[in-house]
Write a protein of this length. Structure first.
Ligand code: ATP
Ligand code: MG
Length: 428
């Protein structure tokens, strides 16, 4: 069966299994998600949705089976009939890392009658203090009450039960009620999602990943725009210890929360650096090293299906990142180099790194390959002609091809090792 027929059949099965909640299912905990930019897509929206559904299933790996249903353009509901509340909460947590989702709510699914809704709304505010408001909306307009009638009715009952004051403008607690075709969802809180586009929608890229602060943030930014990425780290081995590899590994594992199935390639770079040094690069050493890294990445890209390279460069951050030097880096390869941090301040980048959970790892000490053999003075305006001339003597292209063959692959997985069949499905 083709992939699309497969998913159509799965959707049909889900629809038919999607029975109305009975009294005994009152208050089943589910995950309700609001989508972002996908909603604005025109004729190819279905493609985006299908990709997102696959990514959601991959992220729900090793939890009890889920039932996914797309409600209109902007809402997805996940039910886990065989799961505990704790497992549903874990599912919600994982969904907050799936690209393309803007809000994640743990919701109670209740029968479509006012008393069941009120009962859950009253129970869900039992422990609350401070003011509150009820916000209701109907995706099914046939519901016998208007949204404001429903909100008013439930609000009055909460006030009566707990004595909380109503504040419609700036409430300390909000109770949301969403009326759907077959059921009603009631919830009080949400966690922000990542936003962006489903991973895989924008093709594949290869991230040059140092152990520093910037490159993981750059990776996250591109993943958020739908790029599925692999990672490439250059260690100073055999002249440094393996610490930078451990850091790169932990960073990729952390980033694997946002895309299941990350691959990290590690290239021992020390000897090549020494070759550059002895060919007389001097002030050009750093920029020549970067060019060789990019050339090596380009030599690997084809095999990995990567159509772009990604780096953590920010304009002017260090002397290798002046405009002239960045131009000299672009000159070293044909592939486009994506630099999502180009216009960001270090403080902004650090905030992002903290938010995505990579800062603490990046700040661990290590011996970076680039600090090896660093000249006392770094050229801030590298001349492309000079670089090309020395590279020709050295046969840099061939060296890059050779380095690409020395790459060791690792699979730093956030969710633990996948069963092979599942892993293939996740990578599709
Ligand atoms: P980061 O930029 O990740 O914080 P850094 O500041 O130490 O690390 P820079 O010297 O700013 O690194 O390097 C700029 C970019 O070059 C990095 O963001 C990364 O994409 C790439 N790069 C540098 N060193 C390495 C390395 N050892 N392996 C892979 N890529 C690297
Ligand atoms: Mg940097």
């Amino acid at each position: 069966m083709s992939a699309s027929l497969d998913s159509a059949a799965a959707a049909a099965r889900e629809e038919s299994a999607d029975v109305r909640p009975s009294g005994s299912e009152l208050g089943e905990l589910c995950v309700l998600m609001k989508l972002g930019e996908i909603v604005l897509k025109g004729s190819n929206r279905k493609l985006f949705e299908r990709r997102l559904h696959n990514n959601i299933r991959a992220a729900a790996r090793a939890l009890p089976d889920i039932r996914l249903s797309q409600r209109g353009a902007g809402v997805i509901i996940l039910r886990m009939p065989g799961g505990s509340d704790l497992q549903v909460a874990e599912l919600g947590e994982r969904m907050s890392n799936v690209m393309g989702i803007v809000w994640v709510h743990l919701v109670r699914r209740v029968a479509k009658d006012v008393e069941s809704v009120t009962d859950i709304a009253v129970r869900s505010t039992a422990e609350r203090t401070g003011s509150f408001a009820v916000r209701a909306r109907r995706r099914d307009k046939r519901f016998p009450m208007t949204s404001s009638e429903l909100a008013g009715y439930v609000g009055a009952r909460i006030k009566e039960a707990h004595g909380l004051p109503v504040d419609l403008k700036h409430p300390e607690n909000t109770v949301f009620i969403e009326v759907d075709k077959d059921e009603v969802f009631v919830f009080t809180d949400g966690i922000p999602g990542q936003g962006g586009l489903p991973i895989g929608m924008s093709g594949r890229g290869l991230v040059l990943m140092s152990g520093g602060i910037d490159s993981p943030v750059a990776a996250h930014r591109m993943m958020r725009r739908g790029l599925k990425v692999d990672f490439l780290h250059f260690s100073g081995m055999p002249f440094t210890g393996p610490e930078s590899i451990y850091k790169a590994y932990s960073l990729v594992r952390q980033l694997d929360r946002f895309q299941v199935g990350s691959r990290l390639f590690v290239v021992p770079f020390g000897k090549a650096q020494q070759q550059l040094k002895s060919s007389g690069m001097e002030r050009l050493q750093i920029i020549a090293q970067r060019r060789l890294m990019l050339k090596t990445a380009e030599a690997m890209a084809d095999n990995l299906g990567a159509a772009a390279l990604v780096t953590g460069d920010a304009l002017g951050q260090v002397s290798s990142q002046t405009l002239t030097n960045i131009t000299a880096l672009d000159d070293s390869v044909d592939l486009p180099i994506l630099r999502p941090l180009i216009g960001m301040d270090k403080a902004e980048i650090m905030d992002q790194a903290r938010r995505i959970g990579t800062l603490a790892i990046s700040e661990l000490p290590d011996e970076d390959c680039c600090t090896l053999l660093t000249p006392r003075q770094v050229e801030t305006a590298a001349k492309i002609g000079d670089l090309r001339q020395i590279e020709k003597r050295l046969d840099a292209e061939e060296l890059a091809e050779y380095l690409a063959t020395t790459a060791q692959m690792h699979r730093p997985s956030f969710l633990g090792a996948a069963e092979p069949a599942l892993e293939t499905a996740a990578r599709r």
